[in-house]
Design a protein around this ligand. Structure first.
Ligand code: PLP
Length: 624
């Protein structure tokens, strides 16, 4: 299990048990309680849910909300900070109703609210939040209807805050508040000059797409003052980017925001909230570093640094301490979901047997290749590699010119593969591996074909090269003997996983076990609860996977809370505007014509129609 670094990236929620199975560890009565993923898969199969499955472990979200709120509470207590903390989960990070409803239900004890970036998300927030102390933070561009909805929320008693991103919005908010005769709560999103590292660096700095410049901020303050609504300007918002790797950038951002806070108060804005947006990062690769897939701080350190920086700055100006708001998305939901899939097949790059004597009458270039193989040794591996590739290409040219026949070419290709595998086996004995040979193990690695779609279930892996932890979820007492990359079911060369995080850093291949005849081999992709579900697409018409939510009770028992069958073929066809019923009618007509032409019997027609209709209702993924 150390191979996969699960103890490092698992956040205490995942580990390997004595039977060699990955288990989920949830907070229980006192100690953590654990359930093996293989037991969960058994339960899912008994309930008719086949692979691939997106498994949500509901109480991991609860645990993350607890950690975030308790860590802020602790930091507030130890620094003597006078304000409170209010979380607002950004719905866009995982809009699925079970997740958002669970956040609202469990978060109520901490007045944990929601962030909405569109009318639809605001409607979700208004329907799931029972508590009027929790915040609804409205970001994004807002039209009249959005603002009207938010003002209605105010009338119903929600703490709904409009965060202004543009000058046009302030005019609309002023006009609609007058029309509704209700005071809005207004925030401003600022463009800070603090820059962060990592993939989302462009969310910060002068060229970031969102946020007001200092000039625009001044204009907004003037417009609000003129409209006699400056007393509604209560929140300062900034967002430096998601997955901020370095805690120093977070502290720098808070310090810069404090300068604006102090100046805005001096202008007469009665600020009460400072909203840091998202950015609290996840350790996807278990390195606790600023690698881009990780971060150099813990949740606790994040909270302490934010609270300390605020207190330090505001105390110096004798200003009351505002409520701290964060819109942590990734850090709240990433752990909760695991994508589980089975391996359908393995492609090997293994040579067949090589005869000990060179068969007679072989083409000269093939015999050159054969003698090259015989001479491979660790002291001249680069030379052997060059020769193998040279003679292989010579044989290919000869085949092209008709001088080598099909069978002899096949013999030569096998020799070449055998030679390359011999070289790979000797690489660990080299003092320094030349760059060309470094990539050889990857080129000869197995391909494990997984029953899933990268585009549907792990879109960030394809779109932004996000590394998610991947590992077998069983057989971990056995030493894996294969090196592999993973291909999905789509016939797309981007439909693959070929970058893996591990204790040794990022690798191009993953250690896996060889497949046993008649036995399933299951892999899990972890930490996929943030951003993946709704960004996924229908490439090759692989639809939503089956989804199951489980809850691990404090006594270690397991509840299957929700199950949702993934898209059927008819579902995905209708998403791309086909009409499955008329497709069925056409198929029936074609079958009827075939009966008339005497190509099939009536009973064959019947079984063909039944199979077609069954397929329409069936799962889009591979079914055994
Ligand atoms: N708030 C805003 C305004 C965002 O744009 C984002 C995402 O980029 C978030 C919050 C969530 O960020 P994270 O998932 O890093 O917590």
């Amino acid at each position: 299990s150390e191979l996969y670094g699960v103890e490092e990236w698992g956040g205490g929620y995942f580990g390997v048990n004595a039977d060699g199975n990955v288990e989920v560890r949830a907070p229980g009565n006192g100690d953590r309680v654990a359930v093996a993923l293989t037991d969960i898969i058994d339960g899912l199969q008994q309930r008719g849910l086949d692979m691939p499955v997106l498994l949500r472990i509901e109480n991991l979200v609860d645990s993350r909300i607890t950690i975030l709120n308790e860590s802020f509470a602790e930091a507030i207590k130890t620094t003597g900070y006078q304000g409170q903390y209010r979380g607002a989960f950004p719905i866009k990070v995982n809009q699925q109703s079970h997740i958002v409803e669970e956040i609202a239900r469990f978060g109520e004890r901490y007045n944990h609210g929601l962030e909405a970036g569109s009318k639809a998300e605001l409607m979700i927030a208004m329907s799931v939040l029972q508590n009027r102390e929790s915040l609804i933070v409205c970001n994004g561009y807002k039209d009249e209807e959005f603002i009207d909805l938010g003002l209605q929320a105010r009338k119903l008693g929600f703490k709904c805050i409009f965060v202004l991103e543009t000058l046009a919005e302030v005019r609309l908010v002023i006009e609609r508040s007058r029309a509704h005769k209700v005071d809005p709560i207004i925030g401003v999103r600022l463009k800070l000059s603090t820059k962060v590292e990592g993939h989302w660096a462009e969310d910060s700095g002068d060229r970031s797409l969102f946020g007001l410049t200092t000039n625009q901020l001044v204009e907004i303050i003037d417009e609000l003052r003129e409209a006699e609504l400056l007393h509604c300007l209560e929140l300062l918002h900034f967002h430096l980017g998601s997955q901020i790797p370095n805690i120093r950038s977070i502290r720098a951002g808070v310090l810069e925001a404090c300068r604006y806070y102090i100046e805005m108060v001096a202008e007469g804005a009665p600020l009460r909230y400072i909203d840091l947006g998202g950015g609290l990062a996840i350790d996807y690769d278990g390195t606790s570093s600023v690698s881009g897939h990780s971060r150099n701080y813990s949740v606790q350190e994040y909270c302490v640094d934010v609270v300390e920086a605020l207190a330090q700055q505001l105390n110096a100006h004798n200003l009351p301490h505002p409520t701290i708001v964060t819109e942590s998305g990734r850090a709240t939901v990433a752990h909760t979901s695991v994508l589980l899939f089975n391996v359908l097949d393995v492609g090997h790059f293994e040579p067949g047997p090589v005869p000990s004597d060179l068969p007679e009458n072989m083409h000269e270039q093939i015999s050159n290749l054969w003698y090259t193989l015989k001479a491979i040794n660790v002291d001249k591996l680069q030379e052997s590699y060059n020769d193998v590739i040279y003679y292989r290409d010579q044989v290919r040219d000869c085949f092209f010119r008709g001088e080598v026949n099909l069978r002899d070419r096949a013999f030569a290709e096998n020799l070449c593969l055998a030679g390359l595998q011999q070289i790979v086996a000797l690489l660990p004995k080299m003092k320094r591996i030349p760059p060309e040979l470094e990539e050889l193990p990857e080129q000869l690695a197995d391909i494990y074909y997984g029953n899933f779609s990268v585009f549907q279930s792990l879109p960030d892996s394809w779109a932004i090269n996000q590394v998610f932890p991947v590992m077998p979820i069983h057989r971990l007492n056995e030493k894996p003997s294969r090196q592999a990359t993973i291909a999905d079911l789509t016939c797309d060369c981007d439909g693959k996983l070929d970058s893996f995080a591990g204790p040794e850093g990022e690798t191009k291949t993953l250690s896996l076990h060889s497949i046993k005849e008649g036995e399933e081999y299951y892999l899990g992709v972890f930490l996929v609860g943030a951003y993946q579900e709704t960004l996924g697409d229908l490439h090759n018409l692989f639809g939503d996977t089956n989804v199951a939510s489980v809850r691990i009770n404090a006594d270690g028992t397991l509840d299957f809370v929700h199950e949702l069958h993934g898209d059927s073929i008819a579902d995905v066809l209708s998403y791309v505007e086909y009409d499955p019923q008329s497709m069925f009618r056409q198929f029936r007509m074609a079958a009827e014509q075939a009966v008339r032409d005497g190509r099939i019997s009536v009973s064959e027609r019947q079984s063909m129609l039944a199979a077609y209709s069954e397929s329409l209702r069936g799962y889009t993924y591979f079914e055994r």
